[in-house]
Design a protein around this ligand. Structure first.
Ligand code: PMP
Length: 391
């Protein structure tokens, strides 16, 4: 492998697009004022903010008043789940699927302390929520259910329109974490039928630290950030005008380019999976039996810890992730794989996530590098394992 790095962690963060960087710089320099100020400069910032809000609303098929800008996916998910419970009558509960991102799981943990969380809603061996199981969970009359649109670890796409219809019948609000989706899937909130939807700009070519929570008109929501009356009282704090302008452009570009990007990514992803499987034994692809994100492949390698392979690949110049980037460093077993394969323990998988800049040449270099890394890691493991009993 030559010295050039190969970045296959676009599900962790996409590189900032240069068009977006330029718009952010220009917006900062021209409109970087406080959008709540009444003076001329404040009104300039307000106009830039309104413009971005309109453009985001258009892509989502939403009203501009339904778009709340936040600091990213984590805040959007927290706000949806905690905000809806705080606005509801005492005793209100939220349920969520077993494969949600940690920002949903941790919010549920907080609610569980006061018995305000139910579930989890189980998934099948492809990570997909079964609509019938979903309906059963709603029998307990939660105020809100949270099911992610596409899973960030294995890429499974949930049948959100079907789940939304069931939720509506049971008068339960449906929130979807769509953070992994915009570059790869349509995100029209009316077609999806959801009440709340979370986005994060750094997953589709925008900057880190800025996101959106779509909140359908009429959904009662208490703010988590308290202070000024920004975002129509739903999120206090002076708006990040440059970040928001960057988010709006990145979202427009992602939507405009989606069809071409998806077709390209699927071809490259298939090339990666068939190449790796042909080159090395003991490789399985997780979640391949259900609809999944075009750019994502989660593979388990028999006899190899995903963390060890991640480091070996990194040293070989390839950036991938094991499970969710938010927990790497600790590398605990994946709760997503555990939910997909009940009864198994400590399963790990490597997440290869491709992007618009990924090339066939890069995929071929990764495929060529993997067999020797696997042989080395498997040999080491075979050597180390007999000694585990001495501790
Ligand atoms: N949800 C999903 C599905 C994600 O992948 C992430 C980012 N890892 C988040 C939420 C959190 O988003 P952010 O990094 O913007 O806080």
């Amino acid at each position: 492998m030559n010295s050039e790095r190969i970045y296959l962690d676009h599900a962790g963060t996409t590189p900032l697009r240069s068009e977006v960087a330029n718009v952010m710089t220009e917006t900062s320099l021209r409109f970087g004022f406080n959008a709540s100020s009444l003076h001329f400069e404040g009104r300039l910032a307000r106009a830039a903010l309104d413009d971005a809000r309109d453009r985001v609303a258009r892509i989502l098929g939403a009203k501009r008043t339904e778009v709340v800008f936040t600091s990213g996916g984590t805040e959007s998910n927290n706000l949806a789940i905690l905000g809806v419970v705080q606005a509801a009558a005492p005793g209100a509960r939220v349920v969520a699927s077993a494969v949600e991102h940690h920002s949903v799981r941790a919010a549920l943990e907080r609610l569980r302390e006061r018995s305000a969380a139910g579930g989890p809603i189980p998934v099948d061996s492809n990570g997909r929520v079964d609509p019938q199981e979903f309906e059963r969970t709603l029998g307990s009359q939660p105020v809100c259910a949270s099911v992610m649109y596409a899973n960030n670890e294995v890429g499974t796409v949930q049948p959100i329109p079907a789940l939304a219809e069931i939720a509506r019948t049971h008068r339960v609000l449906l929130h979807t974490d769509a953070v992994a989706a915009p570059a790869w899937l349509p995100i029209d909130v009316v077609e999806l039928g959801v009440d709340m939807l979370s986005l994060s700009a750094h997953k589709f070519g925008g900057p880190e630290g800025v996101g959106v929570l779509y909140v359908r008109e009429g959904v009662p929501l208490h703010p988590l950030m308290l202070g000024g009356g920004q975002e129509a009282g739903r999120r206090a704090g002076t708006e990040n005008i440059a970040g928001i302008a960057g988010l709006a452009l990145a979202l427009e570009l992602a939507a405009a380019e989606r069809a071409r990007t998806v077709a390209r990514a699927v071809a490259l992803r298939d090339r990666l999976e068939s190449g790796v499987k042909a080159a090395a034994p003991g490789v399985s692809v997780n979640g391949a039996g259900a609809p999944r994100l075009a750019n994502l492949s989660n593979m388990s390698f028999e006899g190899v810890e995903a963390g060890d392979l991640l480091i070996a690949l990194d040293l070989a110049g390839v950036a991938v992730s094991a499970g969710s980037a938010c927990t790497s460093g600790t590398l605990e077993p994946s709760h997503v794989l555990a939910a997909m394969y009940p009864g198994t323990q400590g399963l790990s998988g490597i997440r290869f996530s491709l992007g618009t800049t990924t090339t066939a040449g890069e995929i071929d270099r990764v495929v060529a590098a993997i067999p020797s890394l696997l042989i080395r890691l498997r040999e080491r493991r075979a050597f180390v394992l007999p000694f585990e009993g001495y501790g």
